[in-house]
Design a protein around this ligand. Sequence first.
Ligand code: PBG
Length: 320
Amino acid sequence: MFPVVRMRRLRRENLRNLIRETRLWIDDLIVPIFVDENAKKRKEIASMPGYYRIPLDEVSNEVGECMSLGLRAFILFGIPKRKDETGSEAFNDEGVIQRAVRAIKRDYPDAVVITDVCLCEYTDHGHCGIVKNGKILNDETLPILGKIAVSHAKSGADIVAPSGMMDGMVGAIREALDREGFSEVAIMSYSAKYASNFYSPFREAAESGYKFGDRKSYQMDFHNAKEALREVELDIKEGADIVMVKPALAYLDVIKSVKETFNVPVAAYNVSGEYSMVKAAIEKGWLGKEIIYEILTAIKRAGADVVITYHAKEIAEFLK
Ligand code: PBG
């Protein structure tokens, strides 16, 4: 006790790094990339200042630029030319993501390429599953997710990331991948993905807004934390290699309990709305940009091993 114990002793400038508990590394970060099949040049996303949709033929350059900053892992979202009822462009071997993956792997074989596996950007109704009579069907959606994952794997994806919150999606994808000889392709599941108000800028970015209803019949209720542990447990049993909690900042409690309960790598998605809030406050001069480092560190301190973040490029230089 005081005066014997003085907590301030180790806070001195030259000592504090020695006892630092959490370190954010550039290797912890995954860069999201929106690949737009319709765009001729990069287009800034209005609700995400400083973030762009990238045309297909520039995606490899974008990856190259990130690699030169030291960023090596990417998660790709596609904006396809054509949308239909079943999202068939999502498993077209010549689709926007398949071509993007091949271009990246041709130029940067060492890049870690992760693909988002979902229907919402590819269906005309914008939901993450097949729709019948206004209902989002679960079991009918599973074989399609398997087909998408196989198509991404054929193009060279290292990791597939199902984000549609369909029950059994991880098992269906694992089985489809293994059947086609892709037993080495890993699955990062959006295991505990909440029906969140933080996604709205993404829906502008990826043109994945829905025509009716909402996503509450498949994404989690944000009042629940224990339920996340069940979701994660099931995904691990079905073969998920990495589990994800999404969003991140308002869900640090969930990240922490997932990490403490299971011995698997945990990813956290620092989502579009979290990015937009921070950018808006920085633009107004109400917060300094150091807030970005503090937020990402907090997500890691809560227990995330990897963080998907739109801030990756702007923080990269600082982390070097
Ligand atoms: C698609 C998907 C979404 C996000 C990632 N994958 C949107 C949604 O579920 O509506 C959100 C990412 C973000 O907000 O940054 N299923």
